[in-house]
Design a protein around this ligand. Structure first.
Ligand SMILES: NC(=[NH2+])NCCC[C@H](N)C(=O)O
Length: 392
């Protein structure tokens, strides 16, 4: 269990007596952390990068420190950096570019392309196993709106103004639904109990102050101001406000055709775009997100599956994570990113790449990865299909 560290306190350790960024202190901290785990943020903080940082203005050096605060504060970071504003990807490209390339496994020149042409009827899960008939399928895209800071550097006022701007959008974009705010005193404010009910249904995000990556980087600052969730009347479409990105646009569909969840998500995204919001987009990296892991499409698509054999009754979730990684997939528990799996090895499986692939390829990779993963689950069950793929 980590203690909760907030950015403004944590960053003081990297300043000199005059309040300027002290690069030697940062270097020493990365060296210390490297003995435990080398995050990408650590790996790419090279002597050449340090030289470049020395040439930046004082205020950009402060920004550069902000970018690294998540990694500097957590010995379990795998990436450890978050952008604080869209321009960070250009101002600090000497540091972020190689890191992005390594995470997304990009070689050579890449320009992000978008393609939502995803066939319905092709990526059907019952083709993998006839019992995968009613599966919880989820897809989301991360988005930030042009002209606003990214969540790590928004102040309370900006968070609240952003929430209110979105409330206006929800009133105009034509899909019936309701907004639920976590902001104290907001006209759509919900109670803690109502928030917990939405969490139990896996709709609403967790209290962000329980995640040290989010607190130490500033993403969770001013919690719970400017945070909330819009939910469509039929409860298949959702929009998170003020989590790791300004917006997480989500669709959850029960069924077996991956193309259908894409269709639902794309309809929602188009609805928002029609309202006139312009998303922050980079000419090379595509969609701009707070965490470099989401750049490109910003799309994560997953299914909830049970893998009781690979995980040995949920006791060896590490094994499932390893197997998934070898297939270009990521396995998480059902309660979000750092949650555990249950006795049946219930996991949320998604492709890890979001940049250098199109939205359509993310779906294809999920489907093709699942074919192999279920194959391995059958093997782990000694070849007996009846013992696998316990259906939700
Ligand atoms: N939600 C995310 N952006 N996850 C990916 C990285 C999370 C965290 N900053 C780390 O480095 O481990």
């Amino acid at each position: 269990m980590h203690t909760c560290v907030f950015k403004n306190d944590a960053r003081k350790a990297y300043l000199d007596a005059d309040g300027k960024v002290d690069l030697a202190k940062i270097q020493a901290r990365w060296t210390e952390l490297g003995k435990i785990k080398v995050s990408l943020g650590n790996k790419y903080f090279t002597p050449a990068v340090v030289e470049k940082v020395k040439g930046l203005s004082d205020s950009d050096q402060q920004r550069f420190l902000d970018v690294m605060m998540g990694g500097l504060s957590n010995d379990d970071s795998s990436v450890g950096v978050y952008a604080t504003r869209p321009e960070d990807y250009d101002v600090f490209s000497f540091y972020l570019e190689p890191l992005i390339r390594e995470y997304h496994k990009i070689e050579g020149q890449t320009k992000q392309e978008h393609d939502w042409n995803i066939p319905v009827g092709e990526y059907v899960l019952t083709k993998i196993d006839s019992r995968l008939e009613k599966v919880s399928m989820r897809a989301r895209v991360a988005r930030n709106v042009k002209g606003w800071n990214l969540p790590p550097s928004m102040d309370k006022d900006e968070r609240i103004r952003f929430e209110n701007k979105m409330v206006e959008v929800f009133g105009s974009f034509g899909i019936p639904g309701k907004y639920h705010s976590l902001t104290p005193g907001h006209k759509n404010e919900i109670t803690n109990q109502q928030a917990d009910e939405l969490r139990n249904k896996h709709f609403l995000f967790n209290d962000m102050t329980t995640d040290n990556h989010l607190t130490s980087s500033g993403v969770a600052s001013d919690w719970p101001h400017g945070r909330g969730i819009w939910i469509s009347e039929d409860e298949t479409k959702m929009i998170w406000i003020g989590e790791e990105d300004q917006l997480r646009i989500i669709s959850i569909v029960q069924g077996n055709d991956l193309g259908k969840v894409d269709q639902s998500l794309h309809d929602l995204l188009n609805g928002i775009e029609r309202s006139g919001l312009e998303f922050a987009e980079h000419p090379i990296y595509g969609v701009i997100t707070t965490c470099p892991t989401n750049m490109g499409t910003g799309k994560r698509q997953s299914i909830l599956g049970k893998f009781p054999n690979i995980t040995k009754g949920g006791t060896d979730e590490k094994k499932l994570k390893e197997v998934a990684r070898s297939l270009g997939l990521q396995a998480r528990g059902v309660g979000g990113e750092h949650s555990n799996m249950d006795k049946e090895g219930t996991a949320d499986i998604s492709p890890s790449a979001r940049f250098g692939v199109t939205e359509a390829i993310v779906t294809k990779r999920l489907f093709e990865g699942l074919i192999k993963l279920y194959d391995m689950e059958v093997q782990a069950a000694g070849g007996n299909r009846q013992n696998c793929c316990i259906i939700y």
